[in-house]
Structures are given as C-alpha cells and as structure tokens.
Design a protein around this ligand. Structure first.
Ligand SMILES: Nc1nc2c(c(=O)[nH]1)N[C@H]1C(S)=C(S)[C@@H](COP(=O)(O)OP(=O)(O)OC[C@H]3O[C@@H](n4cnc5c(N)ncnc54)[C@H](O)[C@@H]3O)O[C@H]1N2
Ligand code: MOO
Length: 413
C-alpha cells in the first residue's frame, strides 16, 4: 500500500496535457487558452474623450472663472465613431465620450461646467491641461502580450480576445471520461427492484456530475454484471475515452474482476493498487493507449469512497489534461468544532465536514456518520478534513487542514 501523496505523484507524472483545438470564441468560456494573445492595435487606438462636453485648447480657457468665463465659437462635433475634426485658437468642438480629440485640442471640459448660447460656449472654470483625455495606448500597446497560453478563459478574457479580433481561438481539448458501473446488484434508473439485495446506482450519476462540473465530458458506458464476458464487452466501449473510470469490483472479493480485465481488453498497465487512505483504499490506477497517454482509475464501489477518489485523485488529473495551471482544490486551516476520534490511524482519512466562515476564520464540523456507504455525508460536506496517518484524535477546537470542494458556504451572510 502506498501513501496518498505518493499516489498523487504517480498520477500527475503520468497525466499529459491534451492536444489543442480551435473553437468559436463564445465556446471558449471556461476552457484553457492554448496560444499567446498579442494586441493587434493600441487601446485606445487614439486619444479620445472620457466625458461629454467640449474639446478646447488649454490656452483658451486659462484663467476662466464664474465672473470672467472663456467664450469660444463652436465649430465642429466629435462623437464616438465620427471623423477627426479640428479646433483653432478661440474655437471649440462638441465632444462625446469616446469621440476623437480634435486636431489642435488638448483639453476636454465636461458639459456641467459650460453654458451654450447660439454658436458660443461659455466656460466658467480653468481645468488642468489634458483634463478628461484618455491617451492612445493608455490601456495596452500594439504587440503587447495580453494573455499567456495556459490561462483559464473567464468573461474578462473573452472581452480581451474579442477586442483583439479573435473569432476563433486555440484551447486545450477537454478529456472524454467514460464511466463503467459494475456489480450484479446495481440497477440503473427506472429498472424495477425484484430482489431485496438490489441497489439503485448512485455512483453512475454522482460521478457524472463530478466529471461534468470539473470541465470534462462524461460518457456513461453502461452497467456490467460481475460476469467476465459482460465486463470485457463493456470495457471495450472505452476505446475512444481519454480516461476510464470503473466503479465497483476492485477490492479483493471473488467477483472483483475489473483490474485484470482492463489489462486484457485495453492493455492498461496498472501503476498502483491500494492507497493508505480512508475511504477509497482499494483504488487502482493505470495508463493505456498507444503512448500510454490515457488513464484508468478503478474506483471502489462504496459511494462515498467513489466520490472521494474522484474529488481528490481524478480531479487534478482532469485539470492537468485540460491545460489548467492550478490543478488542486484550495486547502484551508479550519478550527474543528466537536473534534474527531478514531480507533485506527494507519490511513490518511478524508472526513466529511461542513464549513463556516466566521470572524475568527474557518470552522469545520464533521458529519456524525463517516462510513463509506453513508450517502448523506456527501450532501452535508463542503470539504474533506484531513486526519493524517498516526493521528487518532483531534480535540474540540484544534486546527485541521480542509480540502474545500464547494465554496458556496462562503456566500452565507
Ligand atoms: N476482505 C476485504 N474486503 C473489503 C476490503 C478489503 O480490503 N478486504 N476493502 C473494503 C473497501 S475499503 C471498499 S471501498 C470496498 C470496495 O469494494 P469494491 O470496489 O470491490 O466494490 P463492490 O464490492 O463492488 O461494492 C462495494 C459496495 O458499494 C456498493 N456499490 C457498488 N456500486 C455502486 C453503485 N454504482 N451505486 C451505489 N452503490 C454501489 C455495493 O453494493 C457494495 O455495498 O470493499 C471493501 N471490502
Ligand atoms: O476505504 Mo473503503 O474505500 O472504506 O470505503
């Protein structure tokens, strides 16, 4: 049995970033940029006005006051999208926000400080030279590196990409993740219950949700009975996936067949099996494909073990494949209210905790039932508290590290 950190090193070392692909700009939201983005023009492309008002020569308004206003003849108009106009000594131009600064003008006086009579504008205040002018290149210059490859595309990035005229953009491909559910007892949605021992699947859809929300494409490969032929056939459906997840049949029972068959059918090379963690101990990991570029996770059947393994092990791998720079969820220090006790301390334990953000920092509370079959514990959890190997008790009020996988609790007021 290896430790969790050793397992993660093996996973990350064997995970490769996927190829890039071109997508339409709006579809790039949430994806990771696979090219450097340079400015095609200065922004703003020319000096322009930050206010509605009048473009003037500073010389002409110098010394202006309530009692002795400057009086200028209005000779032109400059609006956003308009032509470049001109002002000369003793004249002014109407100007609107975004309008080009007329040739000869060096200052903009906002409308509120002026009065118009016929073709004359009265200016009642001197403003510093250059007032209300947004200079050419004040945001960025042509040729500047604006966004580096590897950046996750949010709305701000979409705005910049569109401002530099990128109707399509290179991003990294999103992994296709096949989910194969195994077990004689497992029923899909809608299948009638005919025996007491049958279990309605939870893993198929909780894993689907996890995979989808981490920015990958889940594909449900079906349900296999604990029967060699059935498992082999359904494993073959995984051929076109980047990652194969199986749930169930990975422990040491007579019917735990998955690990051997992934090697027979897909040529998976198993790199580890069993990790000193709780839950999720029997997890298996391997690589396959021509260049060993595809991943296999044999995930335990117990529902909480399955979700925990996907959150802690599969998620960083998916993020790396997507080209993301930051692949781990945040870890925060939290005060563990109520403490936590356990009998054995041989494994790193991920305990399901709810979180609260108080004036004194994060407070974590462990769910009272931590078993790996307790589905409701995952409903309760915002994160996993980490109880290290060798630790049997964390006292009430002691600090623990918590992996935060849902931050909604921080919005509570
Ligand atoms: N002798 C040993 N027995 C077990 C060990 C061990 O080390 N020695 N490990 C235990 C641990 S830890 C886990 S976790 C489980 C994992 O077993 P499998 O991955 O082989 O899973 P199954 O036996 O197929 O199922 C376990 C449990 O989960 C339920 N299950 C399975 N699939 C689903 C699903 N899609 N939705 C909801 N529930 C599911 C299944 O009915 C079983 O109750 O092994 C321990 N045993
Ligand atoms: O570790 Mo198993 O993974 O207890 O549920």
């Amino acid at each position: 049995m290896i430790r969790f950190d050793e397992a993660m090193d093996i996973i990350i070392e064997n995970t490769k970033i996927l190829q890039k692909e071109k997508v339409f700009l709006p579809d790039a939201l949430g994806r990771v940029l696979a090219e450097d983005i340079y400015a095609d023009r200065d922004n703003p492309p020319a000096d322009n006005s930050g206010m509605d008002g009048f473009a003037v020569r500073y010389e002409d308004i110098k010394g202006a006051s309530e009692d002795s206003p400057a009086v200028l003849k209005i000779v032109a108009e400059s609006k956003a999208g308009g032509e470049l106009v001109k002002v000369e000594k003793g004249t002014a131009a109407y100007i609107y926000t975004g309008g080009l600064i007329p040739e000869g003008a060096d200052t903009v006086v906002q409308k509120e400080l002026t009065k118009v009579e016929d073709d004359k504008v009265f200016i009642f205040q001197e403003l510093p030279e250059g007032s209300n002018i947004r200079p050419q290149g004040g945001d960025y210059r042509k040729g500047d590196l604006l966004i580096k490859s590897g950046k996750k595309i949010r709305s701000a990035e979409l705005g910049i990409l569109s401002s530099v005229n990128k109707p399509t953009v290179y991003v990294y491909r999103e992994p296709v993740v096949g989910i194969l559910t195994t077990g004689d007892e497992i029923l899909d949605l809608g299948e009638p219950v005919t025996k007491l021992s049958q279990i309605r699947t939870s893993n198929t859809y909780s894993l689907y949700g996890q995979i989808k929300s981490m920015g990958a494409k889940p594909v449900i490969l079906g349900f296999a009975k604990d029967d060699p032929e059935d498992i082999k056939e359904k494993l073959s459906y995984a051929e076109s996936c980047d990652i194969l997840l199986t749930t169930g049949g990975i422990s040491v029972g007579e019917y735990d067949l998955v690990k051997d068959f992934v090697t027979d059918v897909l040529g998976v090379e198993i790199l580890f099996w069993k990790v000193a963690q709780k839950p999720g101990k029997p997890v298996a990991f391997g690589v396959w494909g021509d260049k060993k570029e595809k991943l296999f996770f044999g995930i335990p059947g117990n529902p909480v073990a399955a979700m925990t393994v996907v959150e802690t092990m599969v998620k960083p791998a998916v993020r790396k494949m997507r080209g993301e720079s930051y692949i781990f969820d945040p870890v925060v220090k939290a005060k563990l209210s109520g403490g936590y006790k356990r009998k054995k301390a041989e494994r790193l334990e991920f305990i399901k905790v709810s979180l609260e953000l108080t004036d004194e920092g994060f407070v974590a509370r462990a769910y009272k039932k931590q078993g790996s079959n307790i589905l409701t514990s995952m409903l309760y959890a915002d994160g996993f508290g980490l109880v290290d190997i060798g630790v049997k008790e964390i006292k009430d009020g002691e600090m623990i590290d918590v992996i935060v996988f849902d931050t909604d609790f921080m919005r509570k007021r």
